[in-house]
Every structure is written in structure tokens, then in C-alpha cells.
Design a protein around this ligand. Structure first.
Ligand code: SF4
Length: 397
């Protein structure tokens, strides 16, 4: 099973554009975004991001872009004109494959026929729609500014505009949401027949309104969340969705090319405030502050807040952490060949967990079971601890 398509001559590259604007802020959200989108701010952001792309293009002559992802924030709220301008600059400055996956995130309240028509004509071929759940009271409680009826309407418009690859984002463990309500959400959403479904458990992040006021919300317990998760895996599988990552399910092979870059260790470049990159052996992140970003690009100042060269052993630890999130899993042969480290200590951990039904060995690869995904952090930590003591084949020689 090939997760990443490797071009014979050029290295595949993903491009991420962070669009940091939302109509209003959801109670649980810790992504960098702001709500004041006046004309001056819009123009400033647009110019900065396009200049940034033009600066970076010449640094990637040996790469071919096979996925472009506009996330945020709410790209659909930013509008078609701005997204089209950025995409045109990406195409001018990078070698973009003819069959590249080009996604934009959308919220139901900012999807119009005109926006969809324009973006489809520009070459966008995938939409990721934030629905979250089918209960209007809960949507309101968590700060969403749309109803479920609006979400259904938006989905149908997306289809009518010709998008054949649509993903929906859903959340479980929301305040006041029971297991039955979550199952209803899944059933109602699956009637729309999306190609891809992402299901995220509610996480409380420090600094968000929901974290600060958590006593006021009836938030699901860990056990209740676990039941919802296992139920989602079951319902989605019965409906023909293949789970390929902890939270992600796809039909007909429509896995997210872009997200797979993160999980499979591919290279990507990020533009816009707070965007992260992993490129040419280095990982870096743009400052999470719009004005600092705009000023930095205009004046040639510092726009990166973290730059790291990743040591080899750390890459091996990342391999364990990221691959074990996917159903592709890890293999002895791949690991020893790539990192020159002994797999035996990892094998022990994997076999121990296999006895409890948390890991399985399929087609020469180790992967987590759905129950294992529930405790993935603990298992990955054990694997990384085992790795710390493992002997390097390079040292033996
Ligand atoms: S719309 Fe998305 S990015 Fe914006 S606040 Fe809500 S969850 Fe965060």
C-alpha cells in the first residue's frame, strides 16, 4: 500500500497556507486566528503571504508540489478572490503537479455558490467542511455560528459546484452530547456521502474559553469519549470507510494527501502566521502574530519563532510517534534500514501490548488496534523509551 506517491525525478512537497481569519472564535479553539477582517488587514495579509511564497519558490527547485492545503482560520470566510490570488502565486513560484490535491477549509456559514464556482474554476479539487455535530443547541454552546441545516445545505452546494472529494470534520465528547446523539450525528452526516471523515474528541486547551470555564460545561468523561470513539470506528467501518489514522477515515482511497505528509514524514512548507514547515532536514514555524508576520516580510525581519535541525535519533522517535498514529504502522525492516537501530526492544513492547489486544501484526507491519489508538500516547511513549536504550548498528560496525 503506497501512502505517498514518489515522483522519479523530483521530491514531493506539500504546501500549507494558514489563513488566520474567522467570523467569530469557537469556545474550544486554540488555532491562531483573529476575527477582525477589515480591508487593510486583508490586503496586508495577502501581500505578505504572496511575497513569502515568491521568496521561498527559488529554494525548492528539486521539488514537485503534490498537495496544497489552505487551512486556518476559515479560508472560505477570507473569500475566493484572496485564495485564488495565493494559489496563482504558488503555481507561478513552484512546480505544481497537474494532479495535485488542492484543498480549502470551509465553514457552512461562509459557503456560497459564487465562492465555490470560482474556486473550482481555479483548480481547487477538495473541500474540508467543518460540521462538528448535528445538534444546534450544542453547536451554539461551543461557539459555532451555523446550524446543522446550514451544514447540509453547504455540503449540497459543494457537490453541485462539482467537488468530488469532500471531507467533513466532526467532534465528539462535546458538552451535553450523549453516545446516542453522537451516533445520530454520524448517521445524519453519512447520508451526505462524504469521501472523507475526520472525528476529533474534544480537547481542552489552556487559554481557550472552554478550558477557563470548564466547570460550567457538562463535558464527557474519558470513558464516555472512549465509547464514542469506538462507536465511530465501528459505524464508519460498517459504512465502507477505511480508518487510516487515529481520527481519519476515507472511502475509495480518498485519504488526505496533505495530512499524510505529516504522518509519513514527508516534506512541507508553510506560509502565513503560525504555519509550520519540515523542509530540507529542518523544522521551522512562523510567528503566531499577524502584524509581526506582515512587518517581518515587508522589512526583511525575523518571522520564524522556532528553527530546529532534527538529529537522526529524534527522527527515529518521530517515525514511531507519527507512523503509529496511522494504520500503516511500523516495520522492523523499514526501521532498521532507515535508522540503523535495533528493533528488538520495540518488538518486546509491541508483543506485550498484543496480548491485551492493543497492537496487531499485519502483513509484516505492527499497528495499533482501535482500542490501542485510545491509549496511543502511552504505547508510543513506551516505544520511545525502549528506543532510547536500543543499540545502533552503525556503532557496532
Ligand atoms: S472556525 Fe475553526 S479556526 Fe475558526 S475559531 Fe472555529 S474552530 Fe477555530
Amino acid at each position: 500500500m503506497a501512502f505517498l506517491t514518489i515522483n522519479k525525478n523530483k521530491t514531493p512537497l506539500g504546501i500549507y497556507v494558514h489563513v488566520p481569519f474567522c467570523k467569530s472564535k469557537c469556545q474550544y479553539c486554540d488555532f491562531y486566528s483573529r476575527c477582525n477582517l477589515d480591508e487593510r488587514t486583508r490586503d496586508g495579509y495577502l501581500k505578505a503571504v504572496c511575497d513569502h511564497i515568491r521568496e521561498a519558490g527559488p529554494l525548492a527547485p528539486g521539488y514537485r508540489v503534490d498537495s496544497i492545503y489552505f487551512g486556518g482560520g476559515t479560508p472560505s470566510y477570507f473569500g475566493a478572490e484572496g485564495l485564488a490570488t495565493i494559489l496563482t502565486d504558488i503555481r507561478r513560484c513552484f512546480d505544481v503537479a497537474g494532479d495535485a490535491e488542492i484543498t480549502f477549509e470551509a465553514n457552512p456559514d461562509s459557503v456560497s455558490d459564487a465562492l465555490l464556482k470560482r474556486l473550482r474554476a481555479e483548480g481547487f479539487n477538495r473541500v474540508s467542511l467543518g460540521i462538528q455535530c448535528d445538534d444546534d443547541e450544542i453547536l451554539q454552546r461551543i461557539g459555532r455560528v451555523h446550524t446543522f441545516a446550514q451544514a447540509v445545505d453547504a455540503f449540497q452546494r459543494i457537490r453541485q459546484a462539482g467537488f468530488k472529494n469532500v471531507s467533513v470534520d466532526l467532534m465528539y465528547g462535546l458538552p451535553g452530547q450523549s453516545l446516542v446523539m453522537w451516533q445520530d450525528t454520524l448517521e445524519n452526516v453519512l447520508r451526505l456521502r462524504p469521501e472523507h471523515v475526520s472525528c476529533y474528541g474534544l480537547t481542552l486547551y489552556p487559554g481557550t474559553p472552554m478550558y477557563e470555564k470548564q466547570d460550567q460545561y457538562a463535558i464527557a468523561s474519558d470513558d464516555a469519549q472512549a465509547d464514542m470513539y469506538l462507536s465511530a470506528v465501528d459505524i464508519l467501518q460498517r459504512n465502507g470507510y477505511h480508518q487510516y489514522e487515529i481520527s481519519n477515515f476515507a472511502k475509495g482511497g480518498k485519504r488526505s494527501k496533505h495530512n499524510l505528509k505529516y504522518w509519513m514524514g514527508g516534506e512541507y512548507l508553510g506560509f502565513g502566521p503560525s504555519a509550520a514547515s519540515d523542509f530540507a532536514g529542518k523544522r521551522f514555524k512562523v510567528v503566531s502574530h499577524l502584524n509581526t508576520y506582515i512587518r517581518g516580510i515587508a522589512e526583511g525581519g525575523q518571522i520564524l519563532e522556532e528553527v530546529e535541525e532534527i538529529p537522526f535519533r529524534e527522527r527515529a522517535g518521530e517515525y514511531l510517534m507519527l507512523r503509529m498514529r496511522t494504520t500503516y504502522g511500523i516495520s522492523k525492516e523499514e526501521y532498521e534500514k532507515k535508522y540503523l537501530l535495533d528493533f528488538a526492544p520495540l518488538q518486546q513492547v509491541l508483543e506485550q501490548n498484543q496480548r491485551y489486544g492493543l497492537t496487531r501484526f499485519v502483513n509484516d507491519r505492527w499497528q495499533l488496534t482501535p482500542e490501542g489508538f485510545l491509549v496511543s500516547n502511552r504505547i508510543i511513549e513506551d516505544l520511545q523509551l525502549a528506543q532510547e536504550g536500543s543499540e545502533s548498528f552503525a556503532r557496532r560496525r
